[in-house]
Design a protein around this ligand. Structure first.
Ligand code: SF4
Length: 256
């Protein structure tokens, strides 16, 4: 990771809350880096197929991330367990992503990424069915710690899962464009019709609702958004904050 093709910015720029900060990092790929050109993770050995013995489960407990938390502690989903899903950054993301070279996955050498595709989708469905059985009163999935919605069919899977598994709730961020990208259009259809259970925000979009943005360098706040409470010491983690799935207000993140 620290080879000549990767420029590490000041060590202090690594986020205190890397798992909840969308699409930014202290590690920026230099133009022409193979991970940039090929559209893949900087850490290919961490990208595993779902039948790889190293993959213990597709949906990991939020307990594994101190910035997510094990169970929701406030709001309508109180007591719901939280799970996270991690795909391969860049491979599943739109090339239009403004942080294509500076994705915060560049600073996550140990995160296990799942190979996407039909096999993954079949096992994801089975995993959601299992969670529905175990947590019929509600569970929450954070999409995607890394990666993004990669096809219209994959978005449709989530739309169908919301119907099949009434305990399922989702929150997350996407770099897809809701107007010009068919995948973004599909996300928009699901989120617009069922925001309460599919709270997926548009990364970098303007406006005071349904967006997530990084506060520009030199500024301390975004007047149209709520600054992520976990980044300013007002909440310990997502479980204790709940804003992302409770509120439609845009969320702003500090760049460290
Ligand atoms: S606003 Fe709250 S729920 Fe959203 S990322 Fe920050 S801590 Fe998590």
């Amino acid at each position: 990771m620290t080879g000549p093709l990767v420029r590490r910015l000041a060590a202090s720029s690594m986020s205190r809350f890397p798992s909840i900060k969308p699409k930014q990092s202290g590690v920026v790929l230099v133009p022409g880096h193979s991970a940039e050109v090929e559209g893949r993770s900087l850490f290919p050995t961490t990208v595993n197929t779902v039948d790889d013995p190293r993959v213990k489960r597709l949906l990991k407990s939020g307990h594994n991330s101190r910035k997510i938390g094990r169970r929701v502690e406030k709001g309508r989903l109180t007591m719901a367990p939280i799970f996270t899903l991690t795909l391969e950054e860049r491979k599943t993301c739109p090339r239009s992503c403004k942080t294509w070279r500076s994705c915060y996955g560049n600073g996550m050498p140990y995160a296990q990424r799942l190979v996407h595709g039909p096999q993954f989708e079949a096992m994801l469905w089975a995993a959601l069915a299992d969670l529905q059985r175990k947590h019929p009163r509600g569970f929450l999935v954070r999409l995607h710690v890394l990666g993004d919605f990669y096809s219209v069919e994959y978005v449709d899977l989530w739309a169908e899962a919301l119907v099949a598994f009434p305990a399922l709730n989702v929150f997350g961020f996407t770099a897809r464009n809701p107007v010009s990208d068919p995948i973004g259009q599909a996300i928009d259809r699901v989120a617009s019709s069922n925001w309460l259970r599919f709270a997926v925000r548009w990364s970098g979009k303007s406006g005071d609702r349904f967006a997530s943005r990084v506060i520009p360098d030199g500024e301390t706040e975004d007047p149209d958004a709520i600054t992520c409470p976990a980044q300013i010491g007002k909440a310990e983690n997502c479980a204790r904050c709940a804003l992302c799935w409770q509120s439609t207000r845009s969320i702003a993140f500090l760049r460290h």
